[in-house]
Each structure stands twice: as C-alpha cells, then as structure tokens.
Design a protein around this ligand. Structure first.
Ligand code: 13P
Length: 253
C-alpha cells in the first residue's frame, strides 16, 4: 500500500501579511512541479484569504481549527462553510494546544471533525499523549480514546477522507523528537485500531507524525512503514527549514 506523503505546516499563532506573502511564495518557488508528495500550510484564519491567492496548485491550505457550529450566535467562531468559501481543502482538529489551553474535549473535537467533513473539508485529527501519560504506560489508551470518540460519531467510513496526526505532547516545540521507532510503534497501533473497524480503510489513512520534525530527522521518520509525513510547527515558519523537510519527503516519494 503506498500512501502519498504529506508535509503540513502548522503556523500556530504566528504570521503577518508580509510573512504570509514571503513564506508561501518561497515554498511554492522551492517545490518542484512534478513532486509526488503533498504539501499544506495552516496559517491563522485572518491570512487564509491571502494564502488562497498565493498557494497555486502545488500547495494545499487550511485552518488550524473550525467551529462545530454552522452559523448563528457563536461570537468569535469560524464555520466550515466559511473555510470552504475561502478555498480551504483541509482543517486541523484536536491539536493538543486546543485540547489543553482551550479545553476542547474529545467530543468537541469529534463534532468539529464532523462539521468539517459535512462541508467537504478534509480533517487532520490530532492525537497524542503527555509525558506523564507515556511514563505511566497509558499512551495507547489515551490515543485510542481520542480516536474512538470520533469513530463513534462519524463512523469508520469517514476516515476515507481524513488524516490522523500523532503528536506526542512531550515532543512538541521541545526539540525532543520521538525516535522513529517510538513514533512507528504508536502509528502502527493507530492503524491497528482503525483495522478493528475496517481492514480496507485502515491502510488508506495517512498518519502524520508531529513533534520537533526538522530537515535532519524527517527522512528517518518518514521512511517508517506507518509514518506518512509530518505536521510541522516551528520548522514551518521559515521557507528554508520547511523546504528542507520537503526535500526529504521528495527523496522518499
Ligand atoms: P513543533 O514542530 O514546533 O514541535 O510543533 C509540532 C506541532 O505541534 C505541529 O502541529
């Protein structure tokens, strides 16, 4: 089974009009027209319109979260319909920073996943454990719960049009990357979890790794059997670092 690699840049709360312009233009210029892997950027909401004019046909783009609601009196929210109108193809849901700082529950995230798909956006469902959870041996339990709540709401078929990102919280922004074996172990577990519901869908779902991915470790991570690319934070903020990761994906695709 060959799944296409995806290198996705999550800008988090970073960016400006100038940065959006310079970064996306430089990424687009640095990617070959004939590349055989996908590249996506996730700027803050307010730069999505600008991003849509810069991405061309080599870069996908999306938002970092989405409202579970379609419209109405929900001050500050952005709906999937709005993202679709902006031209987004994808959206992150359940990033650990949303879970931790904005108290999003597994159920909230499942609702967002459903709302995104209802408008034809491809959700990237993020999951991952804290260091405490890893040290107490409950990584698989935590990740299974995060994914199963979504499967229970939308069904396994919905994963035909979704991506999962495994991002161990202890590896995010810390410079500590999970070893390729540690990451592969959890990725394989996630795929086995999907297989329990459908043997045919499980091999199709791209599973990205996130957490201190850089040009220097991307190739080793992406060459693991169940690692299908990366969700990149810090190294997605400069074209030099992001393209260094893309080059590694290019070698493997
Ligand atoms: P870093 O690459 O900065 O560790 O962030 C990973 C991440 O959270 C991407 O969503």
């Amino acid at each position: 089974m060959t799944r296409k690699l995806l290198v996705a840049g999550n800008w988090k709360l970073n960016g400006s009009i100038a940065m959006t312009n310079d970064l996306i233009s430089a990424i687009a210029n640095g990617l070959s027209n004939s590349k055989n892997f996908d590249v996506a950027v996730f700027p803050p909401f307010v730069y999505l319109s600008q991003a849509s004019k810069l991405v061309g046909d080599k870069i996908l783009f999306g938002a970092q979260t989405v409202s579970e609601y379609e419209k109405g009196a929900y001050t500050g929210e952005i709906s999937a319909v709005m993202l679709k109108e902006m031209g987004c193809q994808m959206v992150l849901v359940g990033h650990s920073e949303r879970r931790e700082y904005f108290k999003e529950s597994n159920q909230d995230i499942a609702n967002k996943f459903k709302a995104a798909q209802a408008q034809g956006l491809k959700p990237i469902l993020c999951c991952g454990e804290t260091l405490e959870q890893r040290n107490s041996g409950v990584t698989e339990q935590v990740v299974a719960e995060q994914i199963n709540v979504v499967i229970d709401l939308v069904g396994i078929d919905a994963f035909k049009n979704a991506v999962i990102a495994y991002e161990p919280i202890w590896a995010i922004g810390t410079g500590v990357t999970a070893s390729s074996e540690q990451a592969q172990e959890v990725h394989a577990f996630i795929r086995s979890l999907l297989s329990l519901k459908s043997d045919t869908i499980a091999p199709l779902v791209p599973i990205l790794y996130g957490g201190s991915v850089k040009g220097s470790n991307a190739q080793e991570l992406f060459s693991m059997q169940d690692i299908d690319g990366g969700l990149i934070g810090g190294a997605s903020l400069t074209a030099h670092d992001f393209l260094a990761i893309c080059q590694q994906a290019d070698k493997l695709s």
